[in-house]
Design a protein around this ligand. Structure first.
Ligand SMILES: Cc1cc2nc3c(=O)[nH]c(=O)nc-3n(C[C@H](O)[C@H](O)[C@H](O)COP(=O)(O)OP(=O)(O)OC[C@H]3O[C@@H](n4cnc5c(N)ncnc54)[C@H](O)[C@@H]3O)c2cc1C
Length: 484
């Protein structure tokens, strides 16, 4: 029997392991069609360790429920093993595989360190039982080790990576993996009780969950809607948080209710239409960023260990100020765009990309707080919390990462507001204390103390930040050079 191990790929369409498990299965006595089994290891203890947001857990569990039913309709049983942490997965899977007469295990690869270690142990444990593990790379468009610089090293600069990425994706256009057809008259979602119990134990306010639609079907609808309504103007609108200019597909992509290949195929098809070409090309760039950070995570284990991509930045001496951190988390820094963004995150479980950069840079450069604190806070709230993208985005913003323009990039939070929320609509929506200010005043409320009475003054000044950051980075680099 072939077994498909589901992880962050909770779908039936465009799923290479499922397709391979079925096409490579032998038809056993008494059956007329190929068969396979599916399994998911529910690791709630690992979710705790990885600070996975309750809202994300809800999305995953609800999507798992839909997947279980969708597989059952196709005659495939999905089992859910309740195993707490990754350490317990090899033994649990080995026992399960033994009980079901499994000969082959099929799954998509994952690239963070803990996940790779888990998979190595699983492969070793199953090998002892004569079970062969087959890995696929549906989580990316270009497998992490596929592209190398002329020196044979991994790419660390996005621009150069993207050039090679374009060539690779043109040469290896992702094939359409068919949705599996009916295997048996009907299967059973064997994990229904485990999932229902885990959902019961979750405490997520309905005000949060009702904003999101889990599952594969909803993800396809969202993709279709984005293609139809927003792709053509994506480049023009993508930076403006009060427009629905982006796809909102990050949660579907990170939990795998939609495959990145399906997104890429849809975007390349849209390029045939002159009106959508530019928007589609720009959107494909973002899919490449997603791949880029996954290959960074796969090739540089230090980033999975909480270390800076640039080792010298681990010598930076961050401030340890809980008051400032709380002001940032709660959206009361006195900088309207930063505060609006943080309130959006807490109230919806999502934040616009431009604002993720603005708030991350503000925490690490203006407040001079360790970016890891912000990274963790994002994880505990984001529905799309994705280790590679979140870590990559945080390290880029804090200049400890792969940005080719290190440490001179300091966004001015006021100017960012004037540029990307010029009418102040986004700010007024999330910070009601500022609704009486006009579109000019709203970005600098400290100049209107009578109109912005309930709003705090800036917790730190913007002036001098670039100079301070530059000095600190130079000092860390020189200390690093002396000691290494
Ligand atoms: C500090 C910081 C933290 C971030 N944390 C996460 C995270 O936890 N999870 C996450 O999916 N993205 C993260 N991002 C990347 C980006 O902000 C989100 O992917 C994007 O806002 C999601 O909205 P969307 O689906 O409408 O994106 P679109 O603009 O429609 O982009 C399409 C897809 O491309 C991918 N993508 C877009 N931008 C990036 C990027 N900069 N890096 C990697 N992938 C990208 C996402 O999968 C996204 O769904 C982070 C960025 C920063 C700066």
């Amino acid at each position: 029997m072939n077994l498909v191990w589901y992880r962050n790929d909770l779908r039936v369409a465009a799923h290479s392991p499922l397709h391979a498990a079925l096409t490579e299965s032998s038809i056993s006595a008494g059956e007329t069609r190929p068969q396979a089994l599916a399994v998911y290891c529910l690791c709630q203890g690992q979710w705790d360790r990885h600070q996975v947001a309750p809202l994300r857990r809800w999305y995953v569990l609800e999507s798992l429920r839909e997947l279980g039913e969708s597989l059952a309709n196709r005659g495939i049983d999905l089992h859910v093993l309740d195993v707490d942490t990754f350490e317990k997965v090899p033994e649990a899977l080995a026992e399960f595989a033994q009980s079901q007469g499994v000969t082959h295990l099929y799954c998509n690869r994952e690239y963070p360190l803990n996940e790779k270690q888990r998979d190595t142990l699983v492969a070793e444990r199953l090998r002892e039982q004569g079970i062969i593990l087959r890995g696929f790379d549906d989580g990316v468009l270009v497998p992490p080790a596929a592209l190398r610089t002329g020196k044979g090293t991994p790419y660390t600069v996005f621009g150069a990576y993207k050039k090679r990425w374009d060539v690779w994706t043109a040469d290896h256009h992702p094939a359409m993996t068919p949705v599996p057809s009916q295997c048996r008259a009907e299967g059973t979602f064997m994990g229904a009780k485990v999932v229902a119990k885990a959902l019961e134990m979750l405490d997520v306010p309905e005000a949060l969950t009702q904003q999101w639609a889990p599952g594969e079907e909803a993800a396809w609808q969202q993709l279709d809607q984005f293609m139809e309504r927003s792709l053509a103007d994506y480049r023009r609108n993508r930076d403006f948080p009060d427009l629905s200019g982006t796809s909102g597909l990050s949660v579907a992509l990170s939990a795998g209710t939609l495959s990145v290949a399906s997104c890429f195929r849809a975007a390349t098809q849209a390029m045939a239409d002159a009106g959508s070409r530019d928007g589609a090309a720009c959107w494909i760039d973002e899919l490449a960023w997603r791949d880029f950070y996954r290959q960074i995570m796969a090739q540089f284990p230090r980033v999975s260990r909480g270390q800076g991509f640039r080792p010298e930045t681990d010598l930076l001496e961050w401030k340890n100020d809980d008051e400032l951190f709380a002001a940032w988390c709660e959206g009361r820094t006195g900088y309207p765009l930063v505060d609006a963004a943080m309130r959006q995150l807490v109230a919806t479980g999502w934040m616009h990309n431009r604002l993720r950069m603005v708030t991350a840079m503000f925490l690490s450069k203006h407040l001079w707080l360790d970016w890891r604190r912000g990274e963790a806070f994002f994880m505990t709230h984001l529905i799309d919390g994705d280790f590679a993208a979140n870590n990559g985005g945080w390290q880029w913003s804090a200049s400890s990462g792969t940005d080719a323009v290190p440490y001179f990039r300091v966004f001015n939070p006021v100017r960012q507001g004037q540029r990307f929320d010029s009418e102040g609509r986004f700010i007024a929506h999330w910070v009601p204390q500022l609704r009486d200010l006009d579109s000019k005043q709203i970005h600098e409320p400290w100049k209107q103390p009578l109109l912005a009475r309930d709003y705090p003054p800036p917790v730190v000044p913007h002036a001098g930040v670039r100079e301070r950051v530059t000095v600190a980075f130079k000092a860390a680099k020189s200390r690093f050079d002396k000691t290494s």
